[in-house]
Design a protein around this ligand. Structure first.
Ligand SMILES: NC(=O)C1=CN([C@@H]2O[C@H](COP(=O)(O)OP(=O)(O)OC[C@H]3O[C@@H](n4cnc5c(N)ncnc54)[C@H](OP(=O)(O)O)[C@@H]3O)[C@@H](O)[C@H]2O)C=CC1
Ligand SMILES: O=C1O[C@H](COP(=O)(O)O)[C@@H](O)[C@H](O)[C@H]1O
Length: 510
């Protein structure tokens, strides 16, 4: 008998048109001013991304990367620290470093202090390097100092756009509830106009996340079935194997709902559920996302019990290594009730999605790092193979893999070769990296590039931020005021608490 080929079909790239996807070199001179330059985000993400863009000849030649912080670092210490962050990277080039290093400067600054000396120093660097007054202020600092920094920049004239542009980039969290998000926004708008404010969600810069809109709206075959008639459920999973690390102080007062759901999970949800915008343009795209947030069915108190499972990791093992319980992590309260896991079933009250459950699941210290979106289609309405097939016909699913592999796979049924009518589930599989002409931009490279281009398409707009807080606030209050809603413990290295099993079946096969 001939050997049956493996049940996997690979799709190859049909064209090399994506060659033109390499970013165009930026011409406009700029000073990139990073507040919190001595911190974790700058070291691990921002500087490596900037270095990679510079080595790839995307950043302009007339450039300064200016670290700002309370620590008394010198330019030399800043350069040495940043060099250590990139020296071992694949994109490292000694020649690029030699060219970039003189463009790195450090300025000591109290965040609540007088910003006149900072403004003066920026003027001097600007004049020295010919930066034409363009400034990107990136806040890689704890959210408690967002407002003092905005105030300082405003008071010293650095928010004004009289000579060149001035942009203000903030990391999440944008507040910790609706009221604080509104008040943060009001403070920022005292000094900056909306077109100057870039609210980052680095998930939007991940390749496969951007691909959701391309897949849906650059093809005709998916959209006709992308609705309640054919879709049984949509499952959005963002699983992490890491714990809270050095961020316990922040995390223990925020928890998974504020840390992952208010932002990344809501963005993934809206990209899957939104209507096609009339144009791929920042406000048209964000208008459609906003409509989804407005259509979220509110969580009544009973639904906090039935449609939400919270968890917190207990000690366990991941990849053969022992992992401590959340409550024993440094910086976490010994009796902490902060959830590190949540599984939520929500509904979108509009014509397209009426009755279709969306399952959102995210947690730390789970069995693996995996972010994916599964569009689970309905079963065939009627089987003409009854009595012929011994097994049930599995429903189709389309899986958009975001991490660790960026891929798309469609699962469907075929006949197994042979004399009998036997089912064979197969996958059509597209690996995002297959046939790619150039390196895929890392998320922070894309974020920084778009900030420099002034393109807000992949950034939050304040109405979306507020609508998502408006949806989550009653849930958070319901959980925090209900002693019966304490998180279920789950073993680190598992797929979450047993109580969540019904939310994203079947866990073990993932
Ligand atoms: N790290 C990450 O992976 C991610 C971080 N973020 C967000 O980015 C921002 C920065 O995060 P991260 O780099 O981890 O933060 P860090 O805790 O490393 O702090 C960054 C810098 O801010 C200054 N700083 C620290 N604590 C205080 C304080 N209480 N008051 C004033 N300044 C302080 C310090 O610089 P100095 O003392 O020199 O002034 C520090 O180096 C946060 O808003 C975070 O939520 C978002 C996504 C991922
Ligand atoms: O914003 C955050 O995201 C990370 C997960 O990001 P990823 O790109 O590694 O998936 C998460 O660990 C962190 O708690 C959260 O603040």
């Amino acid at each position: 008998m001939p050997e049956i080929p493996p049940p996997q079909t690979e799709i190859r790239s049909a064209t090399t048109a994506h060659m033109s996807c390499r970013p165009d070199p930026l011409q406009e001179p700029v000073a990139i001013v990073i507040f919190g330059a001595t911190g974790d985000l700058t070291s691990r993400k921002l500087f490596p991304a900037l270095f990679s863009l510079f080595a790839g000849e995307v950043l302009p030649q007339r450039l300064a990367i200016i670290g700002v912080g309370r620590s008394s670092w010198s330019d030399a210490a800043f350069r040495e620290h940043m060099h250590n962050q990139v020296a071992g990277n694949a994109s490292y080039s000694a020649a690029a470093w030699e060219t970039l290093a003189p463009r790195l400067r450090y300025i000591q600054q109290e965040y609540t202090g007088d910003y006149a000396p900072l403004a003066q120093r920026l003027e001097e660097i600007d004049a020295e390097l010919g930066l034409e007054g363009n400034r990107l202020f990136y806040l890689a600092v704890p959210p408690t100092v967002y407002i003092p920094i905005a105030d300082g920049l405003g008071a010293s004239g650095l928010a004004a756009e009289d000579h060149g542009w001035s942009r203000f980039v903030v990391e999440k969290p944008f507040g910790r509830d609706l009221a604080s998000a509104e008040s943060l926004d009001a403070s920022l708008h005292t000094h900056f106009a909306e077109h100057q404010i870039f609210r980052i969600d680095h998930y939007l810069a991940k390749e496969t996340v951007q691909n959701i809109l391309m897949l849906r709206f650059a093809n005709t075959i998916f959209e006709p079935v992308w609705n309640r008639r054919y879709v049984d459920s949509v499952q959005i999973l963002a699983a992490e194997s890491i714990g809270v690390g050095h961020r316990a102080g922040y995390y223990d007062s925020f928890g998974v709902l504020r840390d992952m759901f208010q932002n990344h999970m809501m963005q993934l949800l809206s990209l899957c559920a939104m209507e096609p915008p009339s144009h791929f343009e920042a406000d048209r795209v964000r208008d459609e996302k906003t409509k989804i947030y407005r259509s979220l069915r509110p969580f009544h108190p009973q639904r906090v019990q039935s449609d939400l499972v919270l968890g917190q990791y207990a000690a366990g093992e991941i990849d053969g290594a022992a992992v401590p319980a959340y409550r024993t992590e440094r910086g976490v309260a010994k009796d902490s009730q902060t959830p590190t896991f949540a599984a939520m079933r929500l509904y979108i009250d509009n014509w397209r999605w009426q009755g279709v459950p969306f399952y959102l699941v995210s947690g730390k210290r789970l069995a693996a790092k995996r972010t994916e979106i599964r569009i689970q289609f309905k079963h065939v309405p009627y089987s003409l193979f009854r009595g012929v097939l011994s097994e049930d016909i599995a429903a189709n699913s389309l899986v958009l893999g975001i991490q660790p592999r960026e891929e798309v796979s469609l699962e469907f049924q075929t006949k197994s070769p042979g004399a009998k009518m036997c089912l064979r589930p197969v996958q059509m599989h597209f690996d995002y990296h297959h046939g790619t002409a150039g390196p895929v931009l890392e998320a922070y490279e894309k974020v920084l590039l778009d900030c420099l281009l002034g393109d807000q398409t992949l950034f939050w707009r304040q109405d979306g931020v507020e609508l998502c807080w408006g949806f989550l606030d009653p849930i958070l209050q319901g959980c925090e005021n209900d002693p019966g809603k304490q998180p279920h413990l789950y073993t680190a290295g598992s797929w979450g608490p047993e109580a969540a099993e019904g939310f994203l079946p079947p866990w073990e096969k993932r």
